[in-house]
Ligand binder design. Structure first.
Ligand code: FAD
Length: 328
């Protein structure tokens, strides 16, 4: 009997969320180890048209449920739909994004189907001996990485942090199976009334999308010094980010925070300027392609993950770097 790997792919207003594509990427690796298939699950009103994108990114099959009740996310109808799919299909593993929707939905579904849930995973792999899913996540305030196994209950379920897993490149020639799954919704399945959806009017900065990040830590000394880092980031076509210390100090917005309680990033270049390299910061950036660290303390832990380390005062080094970059 097939015990496939299911990925719950979020869509908002008909747009597939990036984390869903990343989950298909990791599910493909897990499925290869288990010799099973990757099945993407899409819930919404009129979502069938999104199935091809998921197949092109690695899903072998897409199961979709369409209903006006699923048009805007609400816990109960989404839980009912997923519960019905899990009971009918009996998957081995179910993965969700650790987004606000995933963090709401996954615990409800896990309680409904009587299984466990490991939240906020940063690593997933199959134990070669037991064939169980090893789910790794930060624990005890991020001071240790805990690996959790769900031995007794199925499916094994995890939410996974956005930006951590690698998406597969799109292959337009890929084909796969698309199946509609029917769920009979009753009016009482919607136990809330959605009166209005108010969209955020803030200009959105998505630091996970940028290929270059110039990141400032407490060592930059002031909020104003972010303007200097921005000058460098602009020259390099990147964005300014920060450690939590400066976010907590109110020097920069939380949407720019890198780390365990911020965003996980994987740019081509990450420049850590006056950042010590606490484990909670490293958790969000250590998989960057190339890391340059500038710190006046030779023993700063950030040098442990840096490809290029510069020991010195950021205030002296950054202007020199800007000058050199401008001269290119
Ligand atoms: P510091 O640790 O104070 O380091 C400043 C560094 O700047 C030092 O290494 C110093 O040598 C250097 N320096 C000083 N002056 C100069 C100079 N002129 N030139 C060059 N170098 C200089 N942190 C995050 O970043 N992201 C998170 O998501 C996050 N989540 C957390 C979650 C939990 C549950 C907890 C407990 C903590 C979390 N933290 C997080 C906080 C984390 O533990 C550190 O406190 C924080 O990362 C430190 O920020 P920092 O490196 O900027 O400051």
């Amino acid at each position: 009997m097939n015990r496939d790997i299911y990925v719950v792919v979020e869509q908002v207003d008909g747009v597939v969320q990036k984390v869903g594509i990343e989950l298909i990427g990791i599910a493909t690796k897990l499925a290869a180890d288990l010799e099973q298939k990757v099945v993407a699950v899409l819930l919404g009103d009129k979502v069938k048209g999104l199935a091809d994108t998921l197949i092109q990114h690695g899903a072998e099959k897409v199961i979709y449920v369409e209903d006006p009740m699923l048009g805007v996310y609400a816990t109960e109808p989404y839980t009912k739909a997923l519960n019905a799919i899990i009971e009918a299909k009996n998957p081995e593993i179910v993965l969700y994004g650790a987004t606000s929707i995933g963090r709401d939905l996954a615990p409800r579904v896990s309680a409904r189907v009587h299984t466990g849930l490991t939240a906020d995973c940063t690593k997933l792999e199959i134990d070669p001996e037991t064939k169980l899913l090893l789910m790794t996540r930060p624990a005890f305030g991020g001071n240790i990485m805990a690996t959790i196994i769900c031995k007794e209950h199925k499916p094994q379920m995890a939410t996974v942090r956005p930006g951590v897993m690698q998406a597969l490149p799109k292959d337009s020639s890929r084909t796969g199976e698309v199946e509609e799954f029917k769920v009979d919704f009753a009016p009482e399945d919607m136990n809330i009334t959605i009166r209005e959806v108010v969209k955020s009017t803030h200009a959105k900065v998505d630091i996970t999308e940028s290929k270059v990040l110039v990141s400032g830590g407490r060592g930059i000394g002031s909020a104003e010094y972010f303007d200097v880092l921005k000058e460098l980031a602009d020259e390099l076509g990147g964005l300014v980010t920060s450690s939590r210390a400066n976010v907590d100090a109110g020097w920069i917005g939380r949407e720019r925070q890198v780390g365990q309680t911020g965003k996980t990033v994987r740019p081509d270049l990450y420049m850590a300027c006056g950042i010590s390299g606490a484990i909670q910061h490293l958790a969000g950036m250590e998989d960057s392609e190339f890391i340059i660290a500038i710190n006046k303390d030779t023993h700063a832990p950030i040098f442990g993950v840096a490809d290029l380390g510069i020991v010195g005062d950021v205030h002296k080094i950054i202007p020199l770097v800007i000058e050199k970059v401008k001269a290119i």
